[in-house]
Design a protein around this ligand. Structure first.
Ligand code: FEO
Length: 389
């Protein structure tokens, strides 16, 4: 499948609808696309390759676009294997091709593919702001370190305003899947789980892109964005500044015998009865962890409910807190519900971990469920609900 994006600009990527876990950890209910592009001008440039799982399809797409021509440049935006798996083969297949990449990307190239090749005269190292003339079109490189690896760069095609944005603005879901939830839901889960830690670096690249007239965003995963680009850029600004996207309360709970669950669900009902407030609930034992991380960042308030276990907290809540911590969770109000039958410890542990994160306000009172939900527990939950609203 190749698709013309604009005169002399082609999509040559592929959908992967059989992969169940991206990076071995993120559920893919609707697959994912590995995007790759070709520009045919006086010179021919390939922008990234794709994952080895879809190599055959990619080589066929490339051959279809190239016809009799040979590529002059291979632009490497990102060395993660979902984009670079075919890079070495391209270099071998086309002895004249020049690889265009950052110095950091070259180091990673050697790590992944070995340093047994003579790349003299085969490599053009580029820095932020450098340009590459293709004929009518000129690419300007915009380095984007840590969005999502250190070597990442974007390419801005100047005549038409095409931004080849690497992983940024990507989304889970194959292109053949018409997502009924639109772009934001799976783009948000992708962003917070894959790039969430690097908000500062995303902010820096958004600043660099600020003055550019962008007409299309061409990411390495998910659909090409062509309309209302301000929406996508603004939402990336919200996400990367760790500001809540929506007002609402996200309740994340786990439970051993159902009593902590009862308290969490009871709080959800109390909140909904008290105010017209959006309440989203996740059972950490069964729901997708990446989705829970996404909702934690999406809303301005969160409630954690967990039982004490082995003198600590139930492991799935420890895992959730670990995910939040490594993704730089910050700037939120958080309430705590614990359960404990003889020596409740969960609240203390959750509070300590939350207080180690930046700008977290604990909403009082901490509610302790003593084994089961009792009238006194309900009163405490009502008090907490008032303070949350
Ligand atoms: Fe799609 Fe960071 O690779």
């Amino acid at each position: 499948m190749n698709k013309t994006i604009s005169k002399g600009v082609f999509y040559i990527g592929a959908d992967d609808t059989n992969l169940d876990l991206f990076e071995g950890q993120y559920d893919l209910p609707a697959g994912i696309s590995y995007n790759s592009y070709v520009i045919t001008d006086d010179k021919v440039a390939i922008l990234d390759t794709i994952d080895d799982r879809k190599s055959e399809e990619w080589w066929n797409n490339l051959a279809e676009v190239l016809g009799e021509r040979k590529p002059d440049y291979l632009i490497v935006s990102h060395m993660e294997p979902d984009h670079s798996a075919n890079v070495r083969r391209v270099v071998e297949e086309y002895p004249e091709i020049v690889i265009v990449l950052t110095a950091q990307a070259l180091k990673l190239y050697n790590r992944f593919f070995g340093d047994d090749q003579d790349l003299t005269n085969r490599v053009k190292l580029v820095k932020d702001g450098d340009t590459l003339e293709l004929g009518n079109r000129t690419l300007q490189f915009v380095t984007a370190p840590m969005v999502h690896w250190p070597e990442v760069m974007m390419s801005f095609e100047q005549s038409e305003g095409l931004l080849f944005s690497a992983d940024a603005f990507g989304k889970f879901g194959a292109l053949s899947y018409d997502d009924p939830e639109g772009w934001a839901c799976e783009a948000r889960r992708y962003y917070f789980n894959i790039v969430g830690k690097y908000g500062v670096q995303v902010q820096a690249v958004l600043k660099k892109l600020g003055g550019k007239q962008i007409t299309k965003i061409l990411p390495l995963h998910g659909p090409i964005l062509e309309e209302n680009l301000e929406y996508y850029i603004n939402i990336y600004n919200t996400w990367s500044s760790y500001s809540p996207e929506d007002e609402g309360i996200f309740i994340a709970y786990c439970s051993l015998h159902g009593n902590t669950e009862k308290a969490a669900l009871q709080l959800a009902e109390i909140l909904k009865g008290m105010a017209d407030v959006k309440v989203s609930v996740a059972d950490l034992r069964r729901d997708d962890m990446a989705e829970a991380v996404e909702d934690a960042f999406r809303y301005d308030r969160m409630v954690l409910a967990a039982p004490t276990y082995d003198g600590g907290i139930m492991p799935i809540m420890a895992d959730f807190l670990h995910h939040l911590s490594i993704k730089n969770f910050q700037n939120r109000k958080v309430a705590i519900i614990e359960n404990g039958s003889w020596a409740p410890m969960a609240a203390k542990i959750m509070r300590t971990q939350l207080e180690a994160m930046k700008n977290i306000t604990i909403v009082e009172p901490v509610v302790t469920v003593e084994s089961t939900v009792k009238p006194a527990t309900i009163e405490a939950l009502k008090e907490l609900a008032k303070n949350l609203i």
